[in-house]
Design a protein around this ligand. Structure first.
Ligand code: FAD
Length: 358
């Protein structure tokens, strides 16, 4: 198993976005967005479409290097549809139908592996009509490291100057005496510090930095378990016993059962016949490691074939949600349920109060 490291920890390998200069001390914006993940980038696009000037600060110099979220639910693709060019680009590069709509449980892959149960899922197969009846768009599967560059491209088409990568928000002061604005302190990757003024702030920081500063209490359980992910390249598809499955869940009582045994999912690139996809299939294996069995990856996945360029990450799973979504003029994407759920649905919920406020 690859050695663990905390999530989103290093910049090497990131698709570096074009850097804007450090913000000027006199910068004033109707809206400041903290965070350039899917929520922050979507917020930027939606604000631009409404003609609302804003600045987005992302502390990393580029987009996510980790696949992270892969399932984009139907409500979120409806929002992407409202972004104009956004949905078409996502649809074109998302998982094909024969991959995205099916999942199965196996004891292991390779010799001795046995299928326990397959099923349709995420709007595929038996669920296609039901999903179609509930919305004009479809559930899509696309990892975050490919989604974010598409959102950046769309955000830049609409407002080339809004995205400031490599700039971290270090503090927020809600200044009610000064017409109710927010003073946002920022530090560039070169260490230059300055302050910008915002009428409203969208904290799309994944609940990682400003939530506590705002005094938003979390409810729920933290540190439910540690999960380790291994992101690797390997031509597994031709040897996979059923590559129609987006995810294979390993379940074996001797290895902890369920997520403790682990799961394997394919992350493209798609379409399979694109030049980008040739000889570069990417996969992710995740599991909860146990001291007694640190070698699940080797036993469950490697029997199918060798892999290269592995990158590991370790994340604690939380099941917490912030108790408030807005405080003064700061709108917070506070949902932090751990790796298996998404805060993407927070985009419309955040947009409503903000629209009426502006
Ligand atoms: C291994 C893994 C698997 C996952 N699988 C799924 C899945 O299948 N489906 C799913 O829906 N979700 C999944 N998730 C969860 C998903 O990644 C999150 O829900 C999603 O990233 C949340 O989007 P976001 O934009 O709110 O936050 P993030 O993507 O966390 O983006 C927040 C951004 O804010 C930046 N930031 C934070 N603080 C500051 C600051 N002070 N100044 C400037 N920038 C700042 C961060 O650098 C980051 O880029 C998974 C997560 C992991 C780790």
């Amino acid at each position: 198993m690859c050695k663990g490291e905390s999530n989103r920890v290093h910049n090497s390998g990131r698709k570096t976005a074009k850097m804007a200069g450090p913000p000027e001390a006199t910068d004033r914006h109707p809206v400041v967005i903290i965070g350039g993940g899917p929520v922050g980038l979507s917020a930027s696009i939606l604000l631009s479409l409404r003609g609302i000037p804003h600045a987005l600060f992302e502390r990393h110099r580029g987009t996510s290097i980790h696949p992270k979220a892969c399932g984009i639910n139907q409500r979120t693709t409806e929002i992407f549809r409202a972004m104009g060019g956004g949905l078409a680009a996502v649809r074109a590069a998302a998982a094909p139908d024969d991959v995205k709509g099916r999942t199965a449980w196996w004891t292991a892959l390779g010799p001795g592996g046995r299928e326990i149960f397959p099923r349709d899922a995420w709007g595929g197969g038996a669920y296609a009509d039901e999903y179609a009846a509930h919305g004009p768009t479809r559930y899509e599967v696309m990892p975050q490291n490919r989604l974010e560059p598409l959102l950046v491209r769309r955000a830049r088409e609409l407002n080339p100057a809004a995205l400031r990568f490599g700039v971290e928000v270090t503090d927020l002061v809600v200044d009610e005496a000064d017409g109710g604005g927010v003073r946002v302190k920022v530090r560039s990757s070169r260490g230059e510090e300055s302050e910008v003024l915002a009428r409203f702030v969208i904290a799309a920081d994944g609940g990682r930095s400003v939530t506590d500063k705002l005094g938003v209490p979390w409810i729920g359980e933290r540190d439910v378990m540690d999960m380790v992910s291994v992101h690797f390249r390997s031509p597994l598809r031709s040897r996979h016993p059923d590559p129609r499955n987006f995810i294979i869940w390993f379940t074996h009582p001797d290895q902890g059962g369920s997520v403790r045994t682990g799961y394997l999912y394919q992350i493209g690139p798609w379409p399979f016949d694109s030049p980008e996809a040739r000889d570069s299939e990417e996969w992710v294996f995740s599991c909860a490691p146990t001291a007694s069995d640190p070698s699940k990856f080797h036993r469950l996945v490697l029997p199918l074939g060798r892999c290269r360029r592995r990158r590991g990450s370790r994340q604690p799973w939380w099941a917490v949600i912030g108790q408030r979504r807005a405080r003064h003029r700061v709108f917070q994407a506070v949902h932090h349920p751990g790796p298996s759920h998404s805060t993407l649905v927070d985009v419309p919920r955040q947009g409503r109060p903000l629209r009426s406020a502006i």
